[in-house]
Design a protein around this ligand. Structure first.
Ligand SMILES: NC(=O)c1ccc[n+]([C@@H]2O[C@H](COP(=O)([O-])OP(=O)(O)OC[C@H]3O[C@@H](n4cnc5c(N)ncnc54)[C@H](O)[C@@H]3O)[C@@H](O)[C@H]2O)c1
Length: 336
């Protein structure tokens, strides 16, 4: 059976989820890891019995590595992905696809020039509830999507930012709650509804203004070509990690997703479907679809097919976020 040999670059928080998924995948095997932190690199390499590198350039120079997963701080996604593609490796980049549209465009161009596959880790597109919503919408029985709203209310405090100092800084994280946490839900709403453009955004730092440079709360109004409106709200100031809520209005009903549960209000009645995975790896409040995304990527690569999430699609989500960051306003105050 064909198995692609994979290197994981970055041995921090998310790397364990990637390594677990690679160990489960039929057509992939973990072959190497890399981190600039020698303790993290050596521990991960030892635990999984693979070669470790301190310099990603050395890992990329290995001819027996077919693909790499980019699990490093956001500002390194573009340069390391581009170097990997130029070295002839397929790339699964953790979200976001670059911290700016310019970076994302350079990644897409490098993929085209190299002929290698580039994809981005929007694993929540693989969640059972997301897949079911997509099936209902594409099936057409409830008509077109005519609007929606999404809420991501999570809890990220000072310790989260202190643990990895690249977070909370424009230069290294590129933003905070939107580009790091809520990006998944923005991408999901965009994918399910068929796309939209930004009308207006507001960014504030309500809780951590003294600790981070970036936003901990953001809201947006988005609109599609037909004039359908979508509201988006995200904040890291919540008391806990609440289940993500995504509501879509269709011509003949409504789809309400809360975490991994789906309520379908259709022309003939209301039904409830529970897709809770009970996953022990990853975030309980979102399940864990890294396993599905990674298995599917390597199945597709061995069949010579395109990835499920095309790089142009990842680039478009980066474009929308950049527009929000560049245009965000503060709330207008009532005159005294
Ligand atoms: N898809 C998801 O649901 C999900 C969840 C968590 C994190 N992430 C993403 O994963 C990425 C990493 O996040 P994290 O929480 O694991 O961060 P982290 O800070 O825990 O880990 C990042 C690691 O990268 C290493 N690193 C930094 N520069 C490097 C370099 N030049 N070469 C090799 N290694 C280098 C650091 O030493 C650190 O170990 C981010 O893009 C983040 O947004 C995605």
């Amino acid at each position: 059976m064909e198995q692609l040999r994979v290197g994981v670059i970055g041995c921090g928080l998310i790397s364990g989820v990637h390594i677990h998924a690679l160990e489960e995948a039929e057509h992939a095997t973990l072959a190497a890891v890399c981190d600039i932190d020698p303790d993290k690199m050596e521990k991960t390499a030892r635990e999984h019995g693979v070669k470790g590198y301190l310099d990603y350039g050395e890992l990329l120079a290995q001819p027996d590595i077919d693909a790499v997963h980019i699990c490093v701080p956001h500002y390194l996604h573009a340069p390391i992905s581009i170097a990997a593609l130029r070295a002839g490796k397929h790339v699964l980049c953790e979200k976001p696809m670059g911290t700016s549209l310019k970076e994302a465009q350079a990644m897409v161009q490098a993929a085209r020039d190299s002929g290698k596959t580039l994809t981005v880790c929007f694993q929540n597109r693989y969640n059972g509830a997301s897949q079911r919503m997509k099936e209902i919408i594409d099936g057409g029985e409830m008509g077109k999507v005519i609007g929606g709203s999404a809420f991501v209310c999570w809890d990220r405090g000072g310790a989260y930012y202190a643990d990895s100092p690249w977070r909370g800084k424009w230069a290294t994280e590129g933003g905070s709650v939107l580009i790091n946490q809520a990006i998944h839900t923005l991408d999901l709403m965009k994918w399910l509804s068929g796309g939209f453009e930004l009308k207006s955004a507001t960014m504030t730092a309500k809780r951590l203004a003294a600790e981070i440079e970036t936003e901990d709360t953001c809201d947006m109004l988005l609109e599609n070509k037909a004039g359908a409106r979508f509201l988006f709200y995200c904040s890291n100031c919540a008391a806990g990690n609440m289940p993500v809520q995504l509501h879509l209005l269709l011509e003949k009903g409504e789809l309400h997703m809360t975490g991994e549960q789906l309520t379908i209000i259709g022309p003939t009645g209301v039904s409830f479907e529970d897709y809770a995975s009970g996953a022990k790896i990853g975030k309980a409040y979102w399940g864990n679809s890294h396993t599905h995304l990674i298995a599917d990527l390597y199945d597709r690569l061995t069949r010579g097919e395109q990835p499920f999430i095309l790089p142009e699609d990842g680039m478009d989500t980066t474009r929308l976020m950049e527009e929000a960051y560049l245009s965000a306003s503060t709330i207008r105050l009532r005159p005294q």
